[in-house]
Every structure is written in structure tokens, then in C-alpha cells.
Design a binder for this molecule. Structure first.
Ligand SMILES: C[S@@+](CC[C@H](N)C(=O)[O-])C[C@H]1O[C@@H](n2cnc3c(N)ncnc32)[C@H](O)[C@@H]1O
Ligand code: SF4
Length: 364
């Protein structure tokens, strides 16, 4: 029996469709009708989800973590909170995260969502530089971000930032942006390297890997000097403020999903897992039953993204794993601890090539 206590909900509305973005979303131009339509879609997906859970011997327990991701959940506003109310029981100390776009929220909406359990926000800041906000095709400006950050003062909030932005007229000073941002008291930051959608018109202006790697390592060093723990490739937290929800994915634990293109995962013991992905706009899923080999590779892939130390015997399928780790240690990419190994930001910056090396050596 799989007990499910985590849920991701994908809310697919956006006020403006940013030109780099590859996530499934719809332009939110008929608010009332779109909210109603989404509510009806969610109800039928929940019915379908119940049948998946019966087939897979999975059962809900009060939710420990919920994540409303986008699109732009803050556009769901007061009406969405009313629809959501009472749909899923929450555990008393649940972490409930809600993504907010600085240009698409209302104070009443956030209050209504807090009343139904939201206690953590993720703010789609991306940059604090006016020129780079324009280059990134964002619909919000600096002042709108500051207004939201002031509204969230004293609350538990995270901030999303994009690195590797197309080059503007002046060089971007991300450290300066982060310094300004930290004065608002975020407990957590996610810094993603831009991976634009196909056909991105500013592709030629994207900096090369060497420049982006320098930017990534500089922000890592800066945030660590300000007391943030670089606990996952793209994520930084003050102690105790790591995303409990995302740690469940990275630890290979069960996380259910609802909403178009949301992906759910049921861990079914050491040798089996079931993954389902919602088909856009339909209450139907694509299914993947993971084989033992796929599970082992995925466990390795996820584990190496975290700063938590790992042991060689946690992974059985990689040939000469210890020799490879020793060679990485000589290159300053991993640390050798007493009985374990630990990844560093220098390894994460070339993670794809390190994973290729390991995956080609995976045997089982
Ligand atoms: C799915 S978006 C939802 C958040 C919200 N819609 C926003 O943009 O403010 C979550 C985060 O993914 C990141 N993101 C979106 N498109 C990306 C891309 N093409 N490459 C890297 N990160 C991206 C952004 O930092 C964004 O805040
Ligand atoms: S980046 Fe966020 S706001 Fe922009 S289109 Fe994608 S999901 Fe919507």
C-alpha cells in the first residue's frame, strides 16, 4: 500500500506568455469562464485520480506538503480558494506553497489562500534589473516586485531568479540584484539557468556556458556567504527552510499531481514505481511503470543533485563508482567525508557531463 501525503497542483493560467517559457499554459483573458472551466476539469481529474489510486493500491492521508505551481496560481485568486476549500485534508504542520507572479495577484486573493492553508510563497521575480526584466519579456516591473515583497514581509517566501539571461546593453550584475533582494528577507531562493523554448528569438544573445557557469558559481558563493545553504543544484535555503515538498521528489518519495501536464509519482517499494503525467486539457494520464534499472538511474540522478552526503553502496549499478568519485575529488568536484561523498557547486555546473559519464557506466 502506498500512502500519499504530497500533492502538486498545476494551475495553467498566465496573464502574459513570456517568450522563453516552455511550460503548458493558457493566456488568461476570460477570468470568470476560465476559472469555472478549470474547476470542472479539476473535479473530473480528481475522479480519474481516485480510480488510478484504487488500481495502484494507493491511499491518501492528511497532506504534509502541497505545491500550487504554474502557470500562475495567484491568478486563481479568491474564487480559486473557495473552490479549493476542504478538497483535501491537511496535516497540522503541512507546508503549502503558492506561486505568485509580482504582476498578477491581489491582497484579498493571498488572504483567501492563507485561510485555506497556504503558508509559503514562491515569487516569480526572475530579475530586479529593469533592462533584464524587459529582455526576459516579463510583464511586471521592479516596483510591482517590491510591492509584493513588502506585502510578504515576515512570511515564509522563496524567490525565483533566472540566470544565463540574453546579454543586454550593459552587463548584468546579479550579485547586486541579489543583495537588494535579500533586504526583503526571503528564506529560500531558486536560481534557474535559462533553457528557452524552441525558436527563442534571443537565442544568439544567450551567453556561452563559460560565462553562465561563472555567474552560477558567483551567486552560489555569494548566497553561501550570506548564510544560505546551497542544498540542491538550483536551490538555496536558510537553515530549516528547505522546500519540504521538492525534497520529497528528490528523495524519490510519493507525490501526487493534478492539473494539465502535472506529473505524479508513487513509490511502490525498492524495485517498483509508477509515474503518471496528465494530458493537457484532458482528465486522462500517460503512464510509465519504471523498471528496476530506470529506478536506479533516477535515484542516482536525483541524489547527485543534492548536497546531502551519499554512500557508494547506496548505488549498485555503476561500474567503478569509487574510482570515478576519486577522479572527481582530484578535480575538486566532490568532497570525501568519513564514510560518504558530497557533491559541490563546481560539480553541479558540469553535472550533465558527469551524469553522461556515469550513465554510460551503469550496468544492470
Ligand atoms: C513554471 S514557472 C511558474 C512561475 C510564474 N509563472 C512566473 O514565471 O513567475 C516556475 C519558474 O520556472 C522558471 N522558468 C520558467 N521558464 C524557464 C526556462 N525556459 N528555463 C529555466 N527556467 C524557467 C522561472 O524561474 C519560473 O519562476
Ligand atoms: S514563465 Fe511563468 S508567467 Fe511566464 S509564461 Fe511561463 S509560467 Fe507564465
Amino acid at each position: 500500500m502506498t500512502i500519499v501525503t504530497s500533492l502538486y497542483v498545476h494551475v495553467p493560467f498566465c496573464r502574459h506568455l513570456c517568450n522563453y517559457c516552455d511550460f503548458y499554459k493558457q493566456k488568461f483573458d476570460k477570468p470568470h469562464a476560465q476559472r469555472e472551466e478549470f474547476a470542472a476539469y479539476l473535479r473530473s481529474s480528481i475522479e480519474r485520480h481516485e480510480s488510478i489510486m484504487r488500481e495502484q493500491s494507493a491511499q491518501w492521508a492528511p497532506l504534509q506538503t502541497v505545491y500550487f505551481g504554474g502557470g500562475t496560481p495567484s491568478l486563481w485568486d479568491v474564487e480559486g480558494a473557495k473552490i479549493w476549500k476542504g478538497m483535501f485534508p491537511l496535516a497540522t504542520n503541512a507546508e503549502v506553497t503558492f506561486e505568485v507572479d509580482p504582476g498578477a495577484w491581489t491582497p484579498e486573493g493571498l488572504t483567501a489562500w492563507e485561510e485555506v492553508g497556504v503558508n509559503r510563497y514562491s515569487v516569480g521575480t526572475q530579475s530586479l534589473d529593469a533592462e533584464y526584466l524587459r529582455i526576459l519579456d516579463r510583464a511586471h516591473d521592479r516596483d510591482e516586485t517590491f510591492k509584493l515583497l513588502r506585502h510578504l514581509a515576515g512570511k515564509n517566501f522563496s524567490v525565483d531568479f533566472l540566470l544565463g539571461a540574453p546579454q543586454g546593453l550593459k552587463n548584468r550584475d546579479v550579485i547586486n540584484e541579489l543583495e537588494e533582494l535579500l533586504s526583503y528577507g526571503p528564506k529560500h531562493l531558486s536560481l534557474y539557468i535559462l533553457q528557452p523554448a524552441a525558436g527563442y528569438k534571443l537565442k544568439a544573445k544567450i551567453p556561452d556556458d563559460e560565462i553562465t557557469s561563472r555567474e552560477y558559481l558567483a551567486v552560489s558563493e555569494y548566497l553561501r556567504s550570506r548564510g544560505f545553504h546551497h542544498y540542491e543544484v538550483s536551490n538555496f535555503a536558510l537553515p530549516g527552510f528547505e522546500s519540504r515538498h521538492n525534497l520529497r521528489y528528490w528523495h524519490g518519495e510519493s507525490v501526487a499531481a493534478l492539473g494539465p501536464t502535472g506529473t505524479g509519482y508513487f513509490a511502490q517499494g525498492p524495485e517498483r514505481a509508477y509515474r503518471y503525467k496528465w494530458k493537457p486539457g484532458r482528465a486522462e494520464v500517460e503512464i510509465e511503470n519504471l523498471t528496476l534499472k530506470e529506478l536506479e538511474l533516477e535515484k542516482l540522478y536525483l541524489r547527485l543533485r543534492l548536497s546531502e552526503p551519499f554512500r557508494i553502496d547506496d548505488f549498485t549499478g555503476v561500474m567503478d563508482f569509487e574510482k570515478r568519485l576519486e577522479s572527481w575529488q582530484k578535480r575538486g568536484l566532490v568532497l570525501r567525508l568519513d564514510n560518504a561523498w558530497q557533491m559541490t557547486p563546481a560539480a553541479w555546473v558540469i553535472l550533465d557531463s558527469l551524469l553522461n559519464e556515469l550513465f554510460s557506466a551503469a550496468t544492470t
